[in-house]
Write a protein that binds this ligand. Structure first.
Ligand code: NDP
Length: 336
């Protein structure tokens, strides 16, 4: 296997104030790390770019540790073992790991998953529909949203990695499913390819009117990915005993003046439940979620798309693009 003696790494150079910029990152080349006894070297093939990474760039209290200045950006990776001093991880083994924004990683095997290499399933899917984002969709929807047949489920960032899975799972539960997404292309994709009943383009204006038309019986479950004005609008259209899995707030990750929610009282008047959750804290549900998602993807019932940036050096631009909505489906970087 062709390997490079150098390890490209992308480091956090500055903590962004407001919108993240390419100059907040620094690309360096270091010597490829040497493995010790019990360790193995992984050449990363795929890097996942996820909105949570923006939070790690801040110097703020959160559920996870911040990335230190000068440290490699964190991130999920799929790679191949290229050198090994560990009998359980032979050369050629494909692993799912968290080596971050760099071309190589070293491990002793702890916390890594060997990927099965199933026919018809691409390795990159383990960073998207079959990976952390898909599992996030499954856990938030099933354990907090608890959709019932005939109910109306609305999901924001509907064409994205998480939202696209949420909507399809809710459809399988017999719900009316309404997406909210930015632009006609994304809305067409969500309806025509993923099978949502309707999709509201929030960039087209008249969000409240268009949402009411798409969800004429009100909203029973709102899977929240974006926050801000979209959340505020949805709150006014909740049904009694609505459930809101609070998954993400992507519209607010790069703003300096947070949007102030006005319609919070709707949670009380509708006796609604809003619950934030972090996917990594629900490890008890991961095996079931992974199994079901894998069955659905391999049988073709669960569809997904990927937006792929070629080359690790393009990760910063692709990351910023994803936060601005330039991705359709899961945003990835093809490293090799
Ligand atoms: P996506 O693939 O959905 O990409 C992000 C999308 O956010 C963009 O494509 C864009 O879509 C949308 N967006 C960006 N800015 C705005 C805005 N101002 N208003 C509305 N939409 C906006 O990302 P993921 O599927 O990976 O993540 C979706 C959400 O889930 C994020 O908030 C993320 O933080 C959260 N998450 C939470 C987890 C948890 O454990 N709680 C785990 C994983 C993800 P559009 O063009 O439609 O605007």
């Amino acid at each position: 296997m062709m390997t490079n003696p150098k390890n490209m790494q992308i480091l956090l150079a500055h903590r962004p104030h407001g919108w993240v910029k390419e100059s907040d990152f620094k690309i360096v080349e270091t010597d490829r790390p040497e493995i010790k006894d019990g360790e193995f070297l992984v050449m990363n093939l795929w890097l996942s770019l996820d909105p949570y990474m923006r939070g790690r760039m801040n110097d703020a209290k959160s559920y996870a540790a911040k990335t230190e200045l000068g440290a490699v950006m964190v991130g999920g990776t799929v790679g191949v073992v290229t050198e090994s001093h560990n009998p359980k991880f032979q050369v050629g083994t494909i692993v799912l790991s968290n080596f971050g924004w760099q071309s190589y990683g070293i491990s002793d095997g702890k916390g890594l998953r060997i990927l099965p290499g199933k026919e018809g399933i691409s390795l990159s899917a383990y960073l998207g529909a079959l990976g952390m984002p898909g599992i996030t969709a499954w856990i938030g929807l099933m354990s907090i949203g608890q959709p019932k047949s005939g109910e109306t489920v609305v999901v924001s960032a509907a064409s994205g990695a998480v939202g696209s899975v949420v909507g399809q799972l809710a459809k399988m539960k017999g719900c009316r499913v309404v997406g909210i997404a930015g632009g006609k292309t994304k809305c067409d994709y969500v309806v025509n390819e993923l099978g949502f009943d309707a999709c509201v383009d929030y960039k087209a204006g008249q969000l409240a009117e268009n949402l009411a038309a798409a969800a004429p019986n009100g909203i029973d479950v709102y899977f929240e990915n974006v926050g801000g004005e979209i959340l505020d609008t949805v709150l006014t259209q909740l049904n009694a005993f609505a459930r809101i899995p609070l998954c993400g707030f992507v519209s607010q990750y790069n703003v300096t003046q947070p949007y102030a929610i006005r319609n919070f009282g709707a949670l009380l008047t509708n006796r609604a439940k809003l619950q934030g959750f972090i996917v990594s804290e629900h490890t008890d549900l991961w095996p079931q979620a992974m199994q079901e998602l894998e069955n659905l993807v391999s049988s073709g019932q669960l569809k997904y798309r990927e937006t792929i940036a070629e080359g690790l050096q393009n990760a910063p631009a692709a990351f910023i693009g994803m936060l601005k909505g330039e991705n359709l489906g899961k945003q990835l970087v093809k490293i090799v």
